[in-house]
Write a protein of this length. Sequence first.
Length: 456
Amino acid sequence: MSEAQQWTGTERRWRAVAALLSVLLLAALVWGALERTERVRAERMYTAQFQRALFELIAQVEQTELLMAKSLVSGSDPRRVMYLTDVWRQSFGAQASLNQLPLGAGALMRTSQLLTQAGDYAYMLARKTARGDAVSEDDWRTLGELQRQVRVIAEQLHGVPGDPAPRAMSRGGLHRPARGRLDDGPGAFRDGFQRLELQLAEFPTLIYDGPFSDHVLQREPKGLAGPDIDADEARRVAREFLPYDLSEDDLTAPGEVEGPVPAFRVRAMRRAGLIDVDVSKKGGHVVWMLDARPVGETNLSLDEAVQKARQFLAQRGLAAMEPTWASAAGHRAVIPFAAVEEGVVIYPDLVKVTVALDNGDIVGYEAMGYLMSHHDRTIPRPALSEEEARARVSPLLSVGRGRLALIPLETLEEVLTWEFPADLDGDPYIIYINAATGDEERILKLLQTEEGTLVI
């Protein structure tokens, strides 16, 4: 081979190498541009999502405080019932917005607890007022104290900046935005909520006979069966629980949750939005789940949503559950389910499923009541027959077929009752007669609204 031919071959090889390097450089530039585009899109979605949650939280907390004030000054019992039940709705809506903020797991425990107690206490007073029971001055003073605490939340929230996004997101951060939560977030955003928690901690403990009283929340959960798990196992549990095709890389365990049921917070990132799942450290039970994706216009009926929720529970080993009173708001349906055992409805063992009414996705799940109350029970035989119990119901009511139900009292004791649907002049009620003594344990009035059935 001549020297010229050798040089020509070498030149061709160098040209090939140069062409390959050019292609690789072009590919790198394209990849970098796509990476930057994806990062910018994720950052904008992340910021917009949490800004919306913050603004909704402020509006809901302010509305909660206003409705509490109106219930305190109203002289009309029917209006008080309306205001108090609206307090209950707004306070739990505020909690949903609170859970979407980029704050570390357990960072707003006192704020969340106070909102829960405000709603629960208002609901208890609404039931008392609707039944015609006496509401004491101490009851109203307690509501007034809760109102002042809710006002503190509203005032502090106005001082929180509206940009919770971390300053930069790596490629891993696109799938793990939880790393930009409270511990890493902008100082002003973090400090605003820390000041709120410190201020609320100075308020006195709230003691009353309700399920969210401070002394009740300190009880031990009964339904946490199984060994302790680690964060990796929590990710596996969350992945199996979520109704989506997710890889292990799509989920992280960015923090831990304190409270009655200590848990790992697992987070998944989908294009539609963030999903948070709390998995108990003991036993690996799913305590709570929230899919923060925006929900479109309503396309499903409440009955269709109930069927979606029932199917979801059955696929996760909770087939023996009975839906109770479903309601809908904001294009979402919230359906409580009570356990059924030996034909008896076990109301303390309650889970709540939230269904998006645009396409039937399960966007919320809450099993705190179930995990706090569920245990192996010996259900007593009723001393009264259905007919004997029916005879204890007011003769003014038209009474339907009864069924056995285990219900919780305000003291958290459980009592076996006969549950009767009843009607008076077109107004529906539920009457609970003690299956051992024949005493009337509870009366619930059902209000049919556009959102579903409200129980008071």
